[in-house]
Ligand binder design. Structure first.
Ligand SMILES: [Zn+2]
Ligand SMILES: [Zn+2]
Length: 327
C-alpha cells in the first residue's frame, strides 16, 4: 500500500496537463475509493433526510408505504445529474476521482458509455429496492395466486421465497469475494463496478489529496468538552447548591421580614414542590414536605439536607397538624 501510494504520488507529480491526459494506469488508493463510496452514501442519506423533512407537516407515516420506491427514485435522480452527466459520483469528484471505461482497449482515458452508466445505476438502486420490497412482493403474489388455487399458490410463494434467499446469499457471497479481491488488487470496491467494467482513476493527475483538519479540531474540542461535562455533572449536587445559594440570597431577608408569619407559612407549602403538602412529613426542622417529594429526594441523595434551611435531614416523619379546610 505504502509503495503504491509513493508510486502514484511520483507519477502524479510528474505528469501534468489537461484532464484528458489522465493516465488510467495510475493506481488509485484503496482508501480514496472507499471514502468516495462512504461520501456517496452519506449524501444519499442527507438527501433523503431533506426530502422527508419536506413532508414533516403532513400526516405522519405518509411516506412509509412508498419509501423504497422514493429512495430508489432519489438515487436515480442523483445519478442523472452526477454519474450520467459527468461520469463521476459526488464522492468521487470530491476526491478528484472519476470512472474509467476498462472495456475500451485504448490506453488513454475513456469515459463510461451510456449503457455502462445505466447498468451501474440499475445495479446500485435495483438490488436495494428488491431487498426492501421482496417481502411485500411475495405477499402480493401469494394473494393473487391464493384467489385461484390456494395450495399451488402457497407452494409457488414458498419456492419464490427460497429462490430469493438463495439469490441474496449468492449476491452477498459474491460481494464479499469481490471486496477481498479489491483489498488484494485495489480495483472495483463494489461488485457492480466490476460487472459493468468501471474503474476509478484520478481525474486531475497533479492534485494532492488535501484535507483541512480545522473542522476536525473543532469537533475534537467539542467532544472533549462534552465528555468533561458528562464526567462533571453527576458529581455536582444541584439541589444542595440551589439550597445554599437560595439560603445565601434569600436567607437573611426571610428571617428578618417573615419571621412572624413563617411559623404558619411553612406548614402550608411543601419545601420541595411549593404546593399544599400531601401527607405532610418533616425531616427534623420546622419545614414540611409532601411524603412523595421528601421520600424520592432522600432515596436519590443519602445526605439530603432541608432545601429551605440547610439543616441535616433525618428520617421523614409524619406531621400531625390541624388542617384548616379552605386555607
Ligand atoms: Zn411536595
Ligand atoms: Zn428546614
Amino acid at each position: 500500500m505504502g509503495l503504491k501510494s509513493d508510486n502514484s504520488q511520483k507519477r502524479t507529480a510528474g505528469s501534468s496537463g489537461p484532464e484528458t491526459d489522465v493516465d488510467p494506469q495510475t493506481p488509485v488508493l484503496r482508501i480514496s475509493q472507499l471514502d468516495a463510496l462512504e461520501l456517496d452514501s452519506a449524501l444519499e442519506q442527507l438527501l433523503w433526510t431533506q426530502f422527508s423533512q419536506c413532508f414533516q407537516n403532513c400526516r405522519p407515516g405518509l411516506l412509509t408505504p412508498l419509501e423504497p420506491e422514493l429512495r430508489a427514485l432519489l438515487q436515480l435522480f442523483l445519478w442523472r445529474f452526477t454519474l450520467y452527466s459527468s461520469s463521476t459520483t459526488v464522492g468521487q469528484s470530491l476526491l478528484s476521482l472519476r470512472y474509467h471505461n476498462i472495456l475500451s482497449s485504448s490506453p488513454r482515458y475513456r469515459p463510461l458509455s451510456r449503457r455502462q452508466k445505466l447498468s451501474l445505476a440499475l445495479l446500485t438502486a435495483g438490488p436495494q429496492w428488491l431487498k426492501e420490497r421482496s417481502h411485500s412482493l411475495l405477499l402480493c403474489l401469494g394473494l393473487n395466486a391464493g384467489g385461484a388455487v390456494s395450495e399451488s399458490g402457497g407452494l409457488l410463494q414458498q419456492g419464490l421465497r427460497n429462490c430469493m434467499t438463495l439469490v441474496s446469499s449468492v449476491a452477498q457471497l459474491a460481494s464479499l469475494i469481490n471486496f477481498l479481491v479489491f483489498l488484494r488488487k485495489g480495483r472495483h470496491p463494489v461488485l457492480a463496478e466490476r460487472i459493468v467494467g468501471a474503474r476509478a482513476v484520478f481525474s486531475k493527475p497533479n492534485v494532492v489529496r488535501d484535507i483541512t483538519y480545522q473542522y476536525m479540531n473543532r469537533e475534537l474540542l467539542w467532544h472533549g468538552f462534552a465528555e468533561f461535562l458528562i464526567f462533571l455533572v453527576p458529581l455536582i449536587n444541584t439541589r444542595k447548591l440551589k439550597a445554599t445559594v437560595s439560603s445565601i440570597v434569600f436567607g437573611g431577608q426571610s428571617s428578618k421580614g417573615e419571621g412572624a408569619t413563617e411559623g404558619q407559612g411553612v406548614l402550608k407549602e411543601c419545601g420541595l414542590c411549593g404546593e399544599w403538602p400531601t401527607m405532610p412529613h418533616t425531616v427534623g426542622c420546622q419545614h414540611v414536605f409532601c411524603y412523595y417529594c421528601i421520600k424520592s429526594h432522600s432515596i436519590a441523595d443519602a445526605y439530603l439536607t432541608c432545601p429551605k434551611c440547610g439543616a441535616e435531614a433525618g428520617q421523614p416523619e409524619l406531621v400531625k397538624m390541624e388542617v384548616e379546610i379552605g386555607r
